[in-house]
Write a protein that binds this ligand. Structure first.
Ligand code: HEM
Length: 136
């Protein structure tokens, strides 16, 4: 059977090509979510065994990529849903939460860290150095 054809009438035209199809984007999204959620929940409960942390930090990007592809594949139904009242309200709520998360209310401010020093310390940690300003 030709992979380019689909029996699903909601499949957008651009999704009918072999490289960009629900056949792999959907299981990819599910797998990436399972990986990120499983490792993230273990980290939440301070389970730092094996490669849980680096796996979570680096492979969670697969979830971001999967979500973008998932949104692209479902663009039209998504826009339709988001233009309904509940969709609009939830988008505003999450936009506000993103805004609030950026406010300087957390620990980072107390430790005198700015955005630059946060990323510098991440790079230093990656290279096995003592994070800048955290010598004991
Ligand atoms: C299913 C969703 C997710 C859950 C439940 C989750 C949960 C967590 C938790 C609990 C931690 C704290 C680990 C610790 O105690 O040190 C953490 C750290 C982290 N997460 Fe996630 N996460 C999720 C998705 C993501 C995604 C999508 C990304 C990025 C693409 C990401 C990147 C990171 C990074 C880089 C850290 C390390 C932060 C640091 O300690 O400097 N996570 N996550």
């Amino acid at each position: 059977m030709n992979e380019n054809t689909t029996s699903n009438p909601t499949e957008p035209n651009h999704a009918k090509n072999r490289h960009f199809s629900r056949k792999w984007v959907t299981p990819f999204t599910l797998g990436a979510f399972a990986l990120s959620a499983f490792t993230g929940i273990l980290l939440f409960f301070k389970v730092h065994i094996g490669l849980i942390k680096p796996t979570h930090e680096w492979l969670s990007w697969l979830l971001v990529i999967a979500a973008v592809l998932h949104i692209m594949l479902n663009y039209h139904p998504l826009i339709k849903t988001l233009t309904q009242p509940l969709g609009k309200i939830l988008m505003v709520v999450f936009a506000l939460l993103i805004g609030v998360s950026l406010l300087p209310l957390g620990e980072q401010k107390e430790h005198g860290k700015d955005h630059r020093s946060y990323f510098v310390s991440k790079v230093e940690q990656h290279h096995g150095e003592e994070p800048h300003g955290e010598e004991h």
